[in-house]
Design a protein around this ligand. Structure first.
Ligand code: FAD
Length: 624
């Protein structure tokens, strides 16, 4: 009787189900516990929880929200109910269920095809559809079996092996494109040794470091996979499922705040590389693209050199391609300069600068979790290591601004928070100093770090007499050089305790210990930025402390300087084709082009650009 009613078919989604920490098996258990079934029964007003079959439920999201914790101390679940699996229930049970839908408001009836597969299976499905269309003579849908013997595969160069470049390569190669993936840095094995030499012997390889090399800037990172572009969107799920195909743990599909950690990212990238090679992608490490070959305002190839040597221009090679995908990230400042020389339209973009603050992780656990802090146990406990996210709006009324044009109101926020992590050097030039944060999958270090950054725009650059499309890059460089000088060189980072920063006094020589491995030097960080940026940081620290009491502490250490939060420019491109508006045949993608901010959004941009280019090449006829 109930099966016949359409509303009892398919999948229902139940959201905002909560299970208290003492009843929940803990953060690492992603299945359906008895306590969760009890909660489902309660929400559905179904009287006997034990009658509900566990196999009818699937956890699709499990989160632990620290902000709500002090009141609730609960895990929050989203669960899909497979209604046909409930059909084995007694008719009497169905009578209860029949009444429940209007009562709860947390129940959503989902379409059957809501879950996309990984990118490979999506493309395989699409190609087999094309093949079927071809068998039926539908030439419009078909990607073409290219029976013509003279058919030559289109040749595409993808520049940069960060998430954007990797996913673009994957999609294009799956569509049968002849892809060459060029990366100025090294494969993860060699890159790991170069990073080791940096951390232990202070040798910075300018082409193989925390920003450059296989996997891009996010390889030696916290590997947070959170994104602001919609956690449940089909494109994000397709990227996450693809990462699982390459070895990421299944839990990233469920965890409300998924993260991988450097130790998980490295083998994942090796698997990704092997798969691309199986598809025929030619991967060239240690290969830097120095220039574009342009004919009639159309890119026809690239000029590359061996980045392992200080190659002279005579050793560079010219290689022809049908299209070039540019996925160089936001630290390839030489590439921006090269694009300008070809008249490519680069537009200044707002970004944010500031300092990285580091607290003892135990302090953050106790601020966020109160009595539950003991449950953390260095990442092995029942609840996750505590993190935080803060944002405040501040104004600089009363501060003398360097020019009338600098904005008085701006937002200040925490960025790239790494619980149980460490502060790392992300400079790509020894005369500059900038930092970021990374962690391993267990997030078990004794420190918690996060950037505290303030938005800056073209008005701030103009106030320092920096103009033109690369004014933001010059602005970053100015403070990176100043930070290097304040640290005294040799990659030593200038630091100050949060309390001394607020009191405007130099921290003594016995500053709290730092996770940063190349040494710290006590300085007055109020001398680093212009006064309106410093004032914004001061005001926001006071506000953050209201939200997270104890955040202002003499155990909290500010590190300078955080400048590369996102790209300072955007490279103009068509919204449909992803092709550069000022140079045909060029496809600027990912964070460096100003279309992403983070691992997942860069990967999604890479994926879409791959589909768009495959479409332009006549290999794909669906909609993107
Ligand atoms: P990138 O990852 O920057 O990749 C660009 C690649 O292009 C690089 O490998 C570079 O070597 C190569 N390249 C540049 N110029 C050339 C050239 N001329 N020729 C050939 N190759 C070139 N994001 C998150 O979402 N979560 C995190 O936890 C996180 N943590 C981070 C921690 C650190 C230490 C850093 C530095 C970044 C972190 N990020 C994090 C940001 C994230 O890494 C980036 O947003 C993301 O990697 C951008 O991807 P992309 O592919 O656009 O560019």
């Amino acid at each position: 009787k109930f099966y016949a009613e359409s509303k009892f078919e398919g999948i229902w989604r139940l959201s905002k189900l909560t299970v208290s920490v003492d009843k929940d098996p803990g953060k690492d258990f992603l299945g359906v516990s008895d306590a969760l079934v009890e909660e489902i029964a309660k929400v559905l007003e179904f009287p006997v929880a034990s009658m509900l079959p566990q196999e009818a439920f699937k956890v699709v999201r499990k989160s632990f929200d620290a902000r709500k914790l002090q009141k609730e101390q609960k895990f929050v679940y989203t669960v899909d109910v497979d209604v046909p699996k409930l059909l084995n229930l007694e008719p009497r049970t169905w009578e209860f269920i029949a009444e429940m839908e209007p009562k709860v408001g947390l129940v959503e009836h989902l379409p059957h095809d809501r879950t996309p597969g990984d990118i490979m299976s999506i493309i395989h499905a699409c190609r087999s559809q094309d093949a079927t269309a071809s068998e039926h003579g539908d030439q419009n849908l078909c990607n073409g079996s290219h029976a013509n013997a003279s058919y030559r595969k289109p040749k595409v160069a993808v520049v940069g092996s960060g998430p954007a470049g990797l996913f673009a390569s994957l999609v294009l190669a799956e569509f049968g494109v002849d892809v060459t993936l060029m990366e100025r840095g090294e494969a993860v094995e060699k890159r790991g040794r170069d990073i080791g030499a940096l951390v232990v012997r202070r040798i910075l390889q300018e082409e193989s470091n925390f920003c450059f090399g296989e996997g891009g800037a996010g390889t030696w990172s916290d590997g947070k996979l959170v994104t602001r572009i919609g956690r449940n969107s089909g494109s994000v799920l397709a990227v996450l499922k693809t990462l699982v195909q390459f070895g990421a743990p299944q839990k990233i599909l469920i965890d409300g705040k998924p993260h991988l950690g450097t130790d998980k990212l490295i083998p994942l990238l090796q698997n990704f590389r092997r798969y691309l090679e199986l598809l025929g992608v030619d991967i060239k490490f240690g290969t830097r693209v120095d220039d574009l070959l342009v004919e009639d305002k159309h890119v026809v190839g690239v000029k590359v050199s061996d980045s392992r040597e200080n190659s002279s221009p005579s050793t560079s090679q010219q290689l022809g391609y049908d299209a070039v995908v540019l996925a160089v990230g936001h630290s390839a400042r030489d590439t921006y300069q090269m694009l300008l020389s070809h008249g490519v339209s680069l537009v200044e973009k707002d970004f944010a600068v500031g300092l990285r603050v580091e607290h003892p992780q135990e302090l953050i656990n106790s601020i966020q979790y109160s009595g539950l802090a003991n449950e953390v146990q260095s990442g092995r406990g029942k609840v996750p290591v505590a993190d935080y996210k803060v944002v405040e709006y501040v104004n600089t009324d009363g501060i003398t601004l360097p020019s009338n044009s600098a904005p008085r109101n701006r937002s200040c926020y925490s960025f790239c928070m790494c619980p149980g992590g460490q502060v790392v050097l992300t400079s790509t030039d020894p005369s500059e100093l900038c930092i970021n944060g990374m962690s391993f999958s267990r997030r078990s270090s004794k420190w918690a770090n996060a950037a505290l950054v303030v938005t800056v725009s073209s008005k701030d650059f103009a106030a320092l007499d920096l103009h033109g499309p690369l004014a933001g890059v010059e602005f970053q460089r100015m403070f990176e050089r100043k930070a290097a000088a304040m640290g005294g060189g040799n990659f030593v980072v200038p630091v100050q305790t949060v309390t001394d920063f607020l009191d405007n006094k130099l921290s003594g020589t016995s500053v709290p210990s730092s996770s940063y491995r190349l040494g710290v030097k006590a300085t007055n960080l109020r001398e680093l930025f212009p006064s309106h940026i410093t004032s914004s940081l001061q005001q926001s620290l006071l506000k953050f402390d209201k939200e997270l009491p104890g955040f202002i502490s003499s155990d909290a250490l500010l590190h300078g300087v955080e400048t590369r939060t996102s790209s300072p420019v955007q490279i103009s491109r068509s919204a449909d084709t992803y092709e550069c508006t000022s140079l045909r045949g060029l496809y600027p993608i990912g964070e460096g082009a100003g279309y992403a901010g983070g691992i997942v959004s860069a990967a999604v941009d890479g994926m879409y650009s791959g589909f768009a280019l495959a479409k332009s090449l006549g290999l794909f006829h669906g909609s993107i």
